[in-house]
Design a protein around this ligand. Structure first.
Ligand code: KG4
Ligand code: ZN
Length: 354
């Protein structure tokens, strides 16, 4: 019987090792270990360091989640794991651990698309997603506007994607130029608190009447911010004003396009997910604009915005409950998997029954 299964979710696509436990849409526990501090002096994630850190953290993080939930390994009825996209070595460690657990426990294994995990994270706080909804995914590696129906069953429709850098990538790279610590997004957010968002007139890329209404581009904004910083050579850089103005430009473009997508598709709910959904201005501007437009806004709590295992367990739980076919035991990682379905498709010939 699939119903009532307790699903363990494992996330290891970047620098966070996450384990989450979900059953019937309910979050029972989750634990995250981050290797962020080990990457800080390099100014970005070092793949080999991340993979090694996952190896160290895997067992303690799973143990921690089980303890929090008051469960034993034998209570786990299915294992879901991020199989892509992400860093190859990092994904390999998570998949090896998850496969071992599932095989040892004789429970089904599900390969999950990391970005679908970000979408499902919101269901743990706000319940099932309305069908349809518009989802804005803003993370370190991706920026996409999606039309989502049944996340476990239906194909995910891309209304628009970034043509170059992701929003988080833009924050991370500009933060470096501004002399702010890694990771850049939270540092820009903090610095922006004491700045004037109107101090610098940064561009709003792809918002002209002839532009694709749902496509994003952040590399020009990144360059504009770098030029602005260079223009202060030899003088003190007003970092707070630069950070506030950059954040305003990113939040303006993201929310403008997301609202246009809702309006054009007659959709009443906007869901904003991914690491950049933790940004205070993205959240507040989305709230203001959705309220003005009569749209319902859903944003996961901060701890579920950045990478975690609960979001992967949430997808696993949806897949289990929809009767989806588990992954074959020889399922492999796909570091650049496009987002088409929540489950990274198992090859039918080798798939086994649950
Ligand atoms: O979703 P996520 O945890 O990992 C990926 O799947 O990429 O997103 C990480 C990204 C990083 O670029 C980080 O700088 C950004 O999310 N981020 C933020 C904030 N918190 C995290 N960006 C802006 N403001 C924040 N408060
Ligand atoms: Zn992510």
């Amino acid at each position: 019987m699939a119903a009532g299964r307790v699903v363990l979710g494992i996330e290891s696509s970047c620098d966070e090792t996450g384990a989450g436990i979900v059953s019937q849409g309910r979050l029972l526990a989750h634990a995250v270990a981050s290797s962020m501090d080990e990457h800080a002096r390099f100014g970005g994630v070092v793949p080999e360091i991340a993979a090694r850190a996952h190896l160290h953290s895997f067992t303690p993080v799973v143990r921690h989640a089980l303890d929090q939930a008051g469960l034993k390994l034998s209570d786990i009825g299915a294992v879901a794991v991020t199989t892509g996209p992400g860093l190859s070595g990092a994904l390999q460690v998570g998949l090896a651990g998850a496969r071992t657990l599932a095989y040892g426990l004789d429970v089904p294994l599900y390969g999950v698309h990391h970005l679908a995990g970000h979408v499902a994270a919101d269901t743990l706080e706000h319940g099932p997603l309305p069908d349809p909804c518009v989802v804005l995914i803003v993370s370190g590696g991706h920026t996409s506007l999606l039309l989502v129906r049944d996340l476990a069953r239906d194909p995910i429709v891309h209304l628009g994607d970034t043509l170059d850098d992701a929003a988080g990538e833009c924050f991370d790279k500009v933060a470096r130029v501004f002399g702010l610590p890694y990771p850049g997004g939270p540092a820009i957010d903090r610095a922006a608190r004491s700045g004037d968002p109107r101090a610098v007139a940064f561009p709003r890329p792809l918002t002209g009447p002839k532009d694709d209404p749902y496509a994003f581009s952040f590399s020009g904004l990144k360059t504009a911010a770098a030029r602005w910083a260079e223009g202060h050579a030899g003088r003190d850089l007003p970092v707070a004003d630069g950070a506030a103005s950059l954040q305003e430009a990113v939040a303006d473009v993201l929310t403008r396009k997301a609202l246009a997508a809702c309006r054009d598709h007659g959709v009443g709910t906007l869901v904003v997910v991914g690491g950049v959904a933790a940004n205070s201005r993205v959240r507040s501007l989305a709230e203001e604009r959705c309220a003005a437009a009569g749209l319902r806004l859903r944003v996961p709590p901060m701890t579920l915005c950045t990478d975690n295992g609960a979001m992967i367990a949430a997808v696993g739980d949806l897949l289990v409950r929809s009767g989806a076919q588990p992954a074959p035991w020889d399922v492999s990682i796909d570091p650049s998997a496009p987002l088409a379905y929540a489950a990274l498709q198992p090859r039918a010939a080798t798939a086994r029954a649950a």
